[in-house]
Design a protein around this ligand. Structure first.
Ligand SMILES: *Cc1c(COP(=O)(O)O)cnc(C)c1O
Length: 350
């Protein structure tokens, strides 16, 4: 018998959304990727970093990703000492648990939201407590004083798409004895964000990703904004060369091209709002969305039937077998053409 830690032996492991091998033959609306390519500046920066012969790849990248911290800080109005870069925001979520939640200590999050928090907590041997949602999208039964070490708040929520109001997030920050992690993976598609709370409350951490809004899921880039004391702790924990050279080059180029970014996110929001109106005409129940996806339920509330019908037509969406979610599907927002085809397919399926 190999001496696995009991929590590792007992855990199932996270199952990410399906990535079909023949990806080009699908309309892929299942993992909230961006349908548009990254800024053309990204390719230029990567090629420049590679040079003619890739000689720079012999050498380690910047350990601190300092130029990236400065770019993020400038963009959002924070000193670089309030920023840490991550190899995907998943990395920083993991390191937050490692920094704050020891063996047997409690980590909280909302179900439904991002279940990867539970996987990360299980690896650490931390205890997980989930909270449900009320009908008006508040946390059901959240205590006046929440004593868990960390609480993960996904806003905009995935898979449902709604965002919590800033005043409510601030109230939660004051009710958390530990750290409130505001996972803003989709904030670039929303009307607001919680960055100002990092300045007002020492226990608030905001995490972001370049995977969705900057079309860089394949580069693995994310960051967190938090008090310098939190950033310093996270810096002790992370792999010292956590971002490779090409990712660092891509990140700076991408963040600096705000014109391209603004154009892509505006198009996705417009397509989203158009798609919601169209799918409602087919009798679907849709939650107003602040992300680059929608959660929609057909009139017969059989999400799997629609998922299968779309799958047969090479349109991939996300269906969750969880009883809270099985009546609907999460559909990422692609190009207008892809969403036109999706509406046509839904009419056919009936
Ligand atoms: C996509 C996603 C992440 C992970 O982002 P990466 O930067 O790709 O690791 C984190 N949280 C939520 C809620 C997400 O949807």
């Amino acid at each position: 018998m190999l001496p696995f830690r009991p929590n590792i032996a007992a855990m199932a492991g996270y199952v990410p959304g399906y990535q079909p091998p023949d990806v080009a033959s699908w309309i892929k609306l299942n993992t909230n990727e961006n349908p548009y390519p990254p800024s053309p500046e990204v390719m230029k920066a990567i090629l420049a970093e590679l040079g003619g012969d890739g000689a720079l790849l012999r050498t380690y990248p910047s350990a601190s990703s300092q130029a990236l911290r400065e770019t993020v800080g400038e963009l959002y109005g924070f000193d670089p000492s309030w920023v840490i870069m991550a190899n995907g925001s998943d990395e920083v979520l993991n390191n937050l648990i490692r920094a704050f939640a020891g063996e047997g200590e409690e980590v909280g999050y909302i179900h439904p939201s991002y279940s990867y928090y539970a996987t990360l907590a299980e690896i650490q041997g931390a205890r997980v407590r989930t909270f449900g949602l009320t009908d008006d999208f508040r946390i059901a039964g959240f205590p006046d004083r929440y004593e868990g070490k960390l609480f993960f708040l996904t806003t905009p929520n995935s898979p449902l798409g709604f965002a919590f109001p800033l005043s409510y997030i601030e109230e939660l920050a004051t009710r958390c004895a530990g750290v409130l992690v505001v996972d803003e993976a989709y904030a670039d598609f929303a009307d607001g964000n919680a960055l100002e709370l990092v300045k007002k409350h020492e226990n608030v951490v905001v995490t972001r990703t370049l995977s969705k809004s900057y079309s860089l899921a394949g580069m693995r880039l994310g960051f967190a904004v938090a008090r310098p004391a939190v950033i310093a702790a996270l810096d002790k924990i992370r792999d010292h060369y956590n971002l490779d050279r090409l990712a660092q080059a891509a990140c700076v180029a991408s963040l600096r091209d705000q014109a391209y970014f603004g154009d892509c996110t505006r198009r996705i929001r417009e397509t989203r709002d158009w798609f919601i109106a169209e799918i409602r005409k087919l009798g679907y129940d849709v939650i107003p969305s602040q992300g680059n996806f929608v959660f929609a339920a057909p009139p017969d509330r059989n999400g799997k039937r629609i998922y299968d019908g779309l799958y047969a037509r090479k349109i991939l969406v996300r269906h969750f077998s969880d009883p809270l979610l099985a009546h609907g599907m999460r559909i990422s927002i692609g190009t207008r053409e892809e969403m036109d085809k999706t509406i046509a397919a839904l009419k056919e399926i009936g």
